[in-house]
Design a protein around this ligand. Structure first.
Ligand SMILES: Cc1cc2nc3c(=O)[nH]c(=O)nc-3n(C[C@H](O)[C@H](O)[C@H](O)COP(=O)(O)OP(=O)(O)OC[C@H]3O[C@@H](n4cnc5c(N)ncnc54)[C@H](O)[C@@H]3O)c2cc1C
Length: 476
């Protein structure tokens, strides 16, 4: 009789480039695909935007599996991961339990316990590496330590061969039938109040949409990515991040597609960014304290000036700096923000306003559709200067010149801050410098229909420099 393998899907919501699935097929198992969303015991509960994406990604995966004759089994959301698996095992004749490894610290802890328990019950348990290009547990620098700087990491790994997955003939998968029935709606992933209209109009959450995006990007924009990647007013980047985070696209299939273009600008541009993602997972694995604490311990004691009013104004896109407000509103509406703008908004929060980077990271965690513990942590620690390859403390982004330099047409600010749409470009990124006549002509009353700046740029910059310089002295 053919034996059954439980395929526990997590951040790998795809059938291709999925090593755990390929192994099951190669070894002649019937596959029981399984997903478990647990609201109660995960340390890092998914934020609202991530749950929204997850709902549609699971719906898409369910449809793919159903078309092939199988059925996705959903675990009991009221149970812990361990208990939910046990419930499934009691109802089905399973021989092997398979999954692709995740590198979030709480996942590693849970996986280790589940693996030990299942093995002691006599199940065959196997885990694979499909969510990153290289196995972070085996990646070290020449002196045998984890990499803490990106460039040597990139130089070392970019040379190494990536084993590309052979395409899987999906019609060859033999499916096991689930005995338990649970509906996707039972997971309650969608919001109860409708704040998601902007996300619906911004995204198509399916693997085929991700593949189409990858195809169009490779054909039309990958080679010129370096010229446009910093321009939030243009579609210069791929917007593949949520598809990669949820594993609707595998990192190796994306890399393979990009490298098939055989172009040096692709390698030094977009491919390099894919290795930043890899670096984020590497840091998360080797420095599991870093999602909540400074990667370098000495930065842990930095005297932040926590202020709820500052934080709220920043979250709502009401700081009075147009590029920052545009970014925060783009995030709230679409669940995504351009990378350059992520750096600008982060710098204002952490430097000018001296708010803890963790508060920014938490807000991003809740509002990003691509919220990813490795990348988010790396991005925020970079801004705060407390992590690997961090920005030096004296780097304080100027939100006015950054806006002028990168939102060159002004289309980005005009789209997300329509109240400023009639200002001429000269004042679009600094309405507070516009003469009264210009403001009146554009219909703007500062402090009434667009905020006055939350802090003056010069004052905020100086405050940050003083605070960071003083801290550097005492922590040296
Ligand atoms: C404060 C801050 C927080 C961030 N939080 C997240 C997060 O939660 N999730 C997330 O996926 N990215 C995060 N990033 C990284 C980056 O902003 C996004 O990956 C990128 O904007 C996604 O857009 P894209 O797919 O168009 O990227 P592209 O420029 O098209 O790059 C292609 C892929 O490479 C990876 N990538 C690109 N830039 C980076 C980077 N700087 N760091 C890590 N990976 C990168 C992503 O997987 C991305 O999809 C953060 C950056 C900052 C500064």
């Amino acid at each position: 009789m053919t034996q059954v393998a439980l395929l526990w899907l997590r951040s790998d919501l795809r059938l291709q480039d999925n090593q755990a699935l390929s192994w099951a097929v190669e070894h002649g198992y019937k596959v029981l695909p399984y997903y478990h969303h647990n609201e109660h015991s995960d340390e890092w509960q998914r934020g609202g935007a991530s749950k929204w994406w997850l709902h549609y990604a699971l719906q898409d995966l369910e449809e793919q599996i159903t078309q092939l004759g199988g059925q996705l089994l959903l675990g009991n959301p009221e149970y812990t991961s361990a208990d939910a698996i046990q419930e499934v095992l009691q109802q089905h004749q399973v021989r092997a339990v398979l999954w692709n490894r995740c590198y979030e610290p709480h996942r590693i802890k849970e996986d280790t316990q589940i693996k030990a328990a299942l093995k002691s019950q006599g199940y065959q348990v196997k885990s694979f590496n499909s969510n990153t290009l290289f196995d972070p547990t085996k990646t070290f620098n020449k002196s045998g330590s984890p990499f803490k700087v990106f460039t040597p990491f990139w130089k070392s790994l970019a040379q190494q061969e990536v084993a590309y997955a052979e395409p899987l003939d999906e019609t060859s998968i033999s499916w096991a039938s689930p005995q338990l029935q649970r509906r996707l709606d039972d997971l309650s992933l969608l919001p109860t109040i409708g704040w998601d209209a902007g996300m619906h109009s911004s995204w198509e959450v399916s693997r085929s949409a991700g593949l189409a995006r990858l195809g169009q990007f490779s054909q039309a924009r990958a080679i010129v990515y370096g010229d446009y990647r910093d321009r939030p007013d243009l579609e210069g980047t791929s917007k593949l991040s949520p598809y990669l985070h949820f594993g609707q696209l595998g990192p190796r299939e994306v890399l393979h597609q990009l490298r098939s273009l055989s172009h040096p600008d692709v390698e030094s541009g977009i491919t390099r960014q894919l290795f930043w993602r890899e670096f984020g997972q590497h840091l998360l694995y080797h420095f599991p304290h870093s999602p909540t604490q400074a990667l370098y311990e000495k930065y842990q004691l930095f005297p932040w000036e926590e202020n709820d009013q500052f934080l709220r104004a920043w979250q709502r896109g009401e700081t009075g700096y147009p590029i920052v407000d545009a970014g925060m509103r783009e995030l709230w509406t679409t669940g995504w923000m351009h990378n350059r703008v992520r750096m600008i908004v982060g710098s204002l929060l952490v430097k000018h306003l001296l708010q803890p980077w963790q508060a920014g990271a938490e807000w991003f965690w809740d509002t990003l559709v691509d919220a990813d513990l490795g990348n988010n942590t790396m991005g925020w620690q970079w801004i705060a200067g407390s992590g690997a390859d961090g920005a030096p403390y004296f780097r304080v982004f100027n939100p006015i010149t950054q806006g002028q330099k990168f939102d060159i047409t002004g289309d980005y600010v005009r789209k997300w801050c329509p109240e400023l749409a009639h200002l001429p470009n000269k004042y679009l990124h600094c309405p507070f410098d516009a003469p009264d006549l210009e403001l009146r002509a554009a219909g703007i009353i500062l402090g009434r229909n667009y905020p006055a700046p939350i802090i003056g740029h010069k004052e905020g910059r100086q405050k940050a420099l003083d605070a960071f310089a003083a801290f550097k002295e005492i922590s040296a």
